[in-house]
Design a protein around this ligand. Structure first.
Ligand SMILES: Nc1ncnc2c1ncn2[C@@H]1O[C@H](COP(=O)(O)OP(=O)(O)O)[C@@H](O)[C@H]1O
Ligand SMILES: [Mg+2]
Length: 469
């Protein structure tokens, strides 16, 4: 995700803006306050200076010692630090007696501010000056003249400039630290959300039941807990749906039994018809049954017998008596029975039976029937030879049997149907083998899965629960 689009970044930017605004407002307040104080200070300093100088020049003014006055004024303006930028002395009629100016001050532009009997201060913001006019009085004689001073505000502005700089530096520091802290806090707050996000993604990918670690506090912790509850509920729900689906499949199978009778009748009809036709021909030709005829009849009768047997096994399964069953033993028996067929078709048999297989609770005969069906299907699928793998294993309370062939395989569209009664692709098949096997495994609380690739082969995996010790 783009960092600049992240919530963390936005939060820290907001924090930075808030801090910047606050810093500006506070800075402005401090500055204007400070400016007022400094101005007040400067005014009183100016008045005091004017007072001082006026006293110094009273005597020289009385005796009209102009040069003395001039040097006194010059002294007050000496040096960089001096506040006075110009000084003028007037006699009592307002005639200029002595004056002196620093560079950049033009006498013509100075305002007239002399007021008899009182000190007058005038601010000149443009020239950054205070003009101060003060009457010079002597006891008994009254006003004998005036002093006019220019007090510069330059130093004040330099101080203010320094304060501004400091405020700016401090604000920048605070904004930087605030932004970093905002970022850090946002990350800390958002981390649990990012973890949650990962969990949600996992569920989106079908990994229901995942739980996220409970980090964070308050609402975010609540959210994580709710998420975990939801995830578990979701898993329960999906499991329930799966179970219901399996049940439905079973119900559908039971429904199929209804169709079953019709199927059986149809299956039996074929062999019966061929027997009947044979009988009629014999009756017509009036000659006794030949050995070949007997063979045909026997074959058809066997076929009927088989169909009826399978029908009975499926429709009215014998009551299963469950005892401890050794599945390896069952498989050995199945292999013994099918060995002639395996050898005839030149199938390579690979047995990998786990030597330490625990017993399972079940019916020996029913399981033998089930695995016989599976092995027969595998052998029949490998008409031109191949490899038949039979393996057993046990772990986690489950026993598994894998029967793997390298035969023709099952097309995908048939995979769903192979367990249906009467579904067969074989000319001589009854389609009952896998239906029966499914029921038997189901009766043992087991599972059966078929995985097949047409042209490559088929793997059937049966899982049965072990006896709990
Ligand atoms: N190992 C296998 N390899 C290929 N096809 C199989 C295999 N097992 C089952 N089948 C398919 O499933 C169908 C149903 O099998 P089953 O119920 O045993 O009936 P049948 O063997 O009488 O046909 C078979 O006709 C066949 O098409
Ligand atoms: Mg079969």
């Amino acid at each position: 995700m783009n960092f600049f689009k992240s919530i963390a970044f936005r939060i820290s930017i907001s924090i930075a803006v808030i801090i910047a605004a606050t810093a500006t407002a506070v800075g402005w307040l401090i500055l204007s306050d400070e400016k007022k104080t400094l101005e007040l200070e400067l005014r009183s300093k100016g008045s005091y200076l004017a007072e001082l100088i006026s006293r110094q020049i009273t005597e020289p003014l009385l005796y009209e010692e102009r040069y003395e006055i001039f040097s006194l004024l010059q002294a007050s303006m000496k040096g960089e630090e001096s506040l006075v930028v110009y000084a003028e002395v007037y006699d009592k009629d307002g005639e200029k007696v002595v004056s002196t100016y620093k560079d950049g001050i033009s006498p013509e532009k100075l305002p007239s501010i002399l007021v008899p009997g009182t000190t007058n201060i005038k601010e000149d913001s443009k020239a950054q000056l205070y003009h101060i006019g003060i009457p010079i009085s002597v006891e008994n004689l009254g006003t004998i003249g005036y002093l006019k001073l220019g007090i510069t505000k330059k130093h004040l502005y330099i101080i203010l400039q320094n304060i501004k700089k400091k405020i700016f530096l401090i604000s920048a520091g605070v904004i930087f630290i605030g932004t970093m802290m905002g970022l850090w806090m946002a990350r800390k707050i958002l981390r649990p959300i990012l973890i949650l996000n990962k969990g949600v993604k996992k569920i989106g990918d079908g990994e229901v039941g995942v739980e996220v670690p409970i980090v964070g506090v308050g609402e975010i912790k609540e959210l994580a807990l709710s998420f975990n509850r939801m995830s578990i509920k979701l898993k329960e729900l999906i499991d329930a749906i799966k179970a219901a689906q399996e049940n439905l499949v079973r119900t559908e199978k039971l429904y199929a039994i209804g169709e079953f009778s019709a199927g059986v009748a149809h299956e039996i009809k074929n062999p019966l018809t061929s027997i009947k036709m044979l009988m009629q021909t014999i009756k017509h030709k009036k000659h006794p049954l030949s050995a070949k005829d007997f063979g045909i009849i026997e074959g058809e009768v066997n076929r009927i017998d088989n169909i009826v047997k399978e029908f009975l096994a499926f429709a009215r399964p014998e009551k299963i008596e469950k005892t401890g069953v050794n599945i390896n033993g069952v498989l050995e028996e199945v292999i013994t029975v099918t060995r002639p067929q395996i050898e005839r078709t030149q199938i390579h048999l690979v047995e990998k039976l786990s030597p330490s297989l625990p017993l399972i609770n079940g019916s020996h005969d029913a399981l033998k029937q089930a695995f016989l069906n599976l092995v027969l299907n595998a052998v029949q699928a490998m008409d031109g030879g191949g490899t038949l793998n039979i393996g057993t294993a046990a772990d986690n309370g489950t026993l598994s049997v894998v029967i793997k062939d390298t035969g023709v395989g099952i097309p995908k569209k048939y995979l769903k149907k192979v367990f249906d009664p009467f579904f067969t692709t074989k000319e001589e098949g009854t389609g009952m083998g896998l239906a029966l096997t499914y029921n038997i495994i189901n009766d043992h609380s087991g599972k059966i899965e078929i995985d097949s690739t047409p042209g490559m082969g088929t793997t059937v995996k049966v899982q049965l629960p072990l006896i709990k010790m």
